[in-house]
Design a protein around this ligand. Structure first.
Ligand SMILES: C[S@@+](CC[C@H](N)C(=O)[O-])C[C@H]1O[C@@H](n2cnc3c(N)ncnc32)[C@H](O)[C@@H]1O
Length: 418
């Protein structure tokens, strides 16, 4: 059993042809956002890079033990096209740097600063991106601000570089506000969002930043403009956003299905009705995103979901049903019932939906469907921390599955009598 969350899938995102698909390496990200490799390694949850462009961040951060999900509308394109756009961005960057060198960063990793050396760091990042996104496509989610397909509070840290203020023709003040609010929504209450630069492509500062910050404050989002050293005696400005309602992290433990929820962000919370409906093949990416954002599989248990994807044909072959918000189809949880031999194969509840009875409702629905199919008993091989939940909702312990290569720990075996 796994627990995670994802929000309503936006429409197929439309990549903006005029926006450069840049390919920065991890060290440049650290320099631009005022971060360190150690800070990334110590993150208590996944990092969202939105927009991800063709960055090497996800691939490189992985080696630090930091999970990165990159989101960008460009990922809706075939990979060779993204790579071609990234190459075109490199050429634009080379031309722009030659024209106005004072505007462009000289990250510590590229000193002494020589444009060729800097651009080579982009080449390496672009290759890492191409390799990583081909091998692990679930880490690269096609999505466009101001609407992201992730659950509330899914990320420990969210980075947004070279978009919201860099392209004011695409993101006017209203759209910036909506996008920043969305970035905070998908970030944990005890996490933060960092955004840079706060100027456009010609170096002109955003003239309405104070008004924007006021409007964020009205949405209970605290903002700070922090000065980050550039390493050349000057500083760059990074905006840091946090939910003003942040509280201490929720107490740990307990089975995932009833795990204490992260506090809802007050500005996105509204009462809503839940309905359970069949998943469609087109929902596969949302289900994968929910799994990958799961906080129930952090730490040692992460190996179990690392690289795991729900494919459209899996949804066609099995009974996969989703709990969604009736108003906007936001994904709250799902299960997959294999009929022959009968087994509950997947069971996830979104972090944001914990404690609302979604897990119980999914189990009741699963038993109804099993009954309708003439199934008499449904087996469950449980994620160890979820055993208590299954016992609470009527399953009976029948045994223990010995450690396996992918799950090198014993797993409780249970059965539901239908
Ligand atoms: C200049 S790149 C920045 C990439 C990376 N963050 C960096 O700092 O290098 C801008 C990216 O924004 C993406 N983009 C364009 N419109 C977007 C939107 N509405 N939401 C999210 N990303 C968008 C583009 O596809 C492009 O990859």
């Amino acid at each position: 059993m796994i627990t995670a969350a994802a929000q309503e899938p936006a429409q197929e995102p439309a990549p903006e042809a005029d926006v450069l698909v840049t390919s920065r390496p991890l060290d440049e990200y650290c320099a631009l956002f005022g971060l360190t490799r150690a800070r990334l390694a110590a993150l208590p949850g996944p990092l969202l890079d939105c927009p991800g462009g063709a960055a090497g961040l996800a691939a490189e951060a992985r080696a630090l033990g930091c999970r990165v999900i990159a989101a960008d509308p460009a990922y809706a394109l075939p990979l060779p096209e993204v790579a071609a756009r990234a190459l075109a961005a490199r050429a634009s960057m080379a031309a722009a740097m030659a024209a106005r060198p004072e505007l462009y960063p000289s990250p510590p990793s590229c000193r002494p600063y020589r444009p060729e050396r800097y651009l080579r760091s982009w080449d390496r990042a672009r290759w890492l991106f191409a390799e990583d996104s081909a091998a692990h496509p679930h880490r690269y989610v096609a999505a466009a601000l101001p609407r992201l397909p992730f659950a509330d509070g899914a990320f420990a840290l969210t980075l947004s570089g070279y978009l919201l203020f860099a392209y004011p023709e695409l993101f006017g003040p209203e759209c910036q506000l909506a996008a920043l609010t969305e970035l905070v929504r998908v970030t944990a209450a005890d996490g933060e969002v960092r955004v840079q630069p706060l100027h456009d492509g010609r170096g002109r500062r955003c003239g309405h930043l104070d008004r924007l910050r006021y409007a964020l404050g009205e949405r209970r989002i605290a903002s700070e403009v922090r000065r980050v050293p550039r390493g050349d005696g000057r500083t760059r400005r990074v905006m840091v956003l946090r939910s003003a309602d942040r509280r201490p992290p929720a107490a740990a433990a307990g089975p995932p299905a009833v795990m204490v929820a992260r506090p809802f962000h007050s500005y996105t919370y509204r009462m809503s009705e839940t309905t359970i409906r069949p998943a469609r093949p087109a929902d596969a990416d949302r289900l994968t995103a929910l799994i990958q954002a799961s906080s129930a599989y952090r730490g040692a248990y992460f190996a179990m979901i690392d690289g795991y994807t729900v494919e459209p044909d899996y949804i066609e072959r099995h009974e996969v049903r989703m709990a969604v918000d009736r108003a906007d189809d936001r994904l709250l949880g799902f299960y997959a019932l294999i009929h022959e031999p009968a087994e509950l194969d997947l069971m996830f509840v979104a972090d944001e939906a914990q404690g609302r009875g979604i897990g119980r409702a999914l189990i009741a629905d699963m038993l109804d469907r099993a009954r309708a199919a003439g199934i008499e008993a449904v087996k469950v091989v449980s994620h160890p921390p979820a055993e208590g939940f299954y016992l609470q909702v009527g399953a009976r312990r029948t045994g223990t599955r010995p450690p396996q290569p992918r799950t090198p720990w014993a797993q409780p075996e249970l059965v539901f009598t239908v």
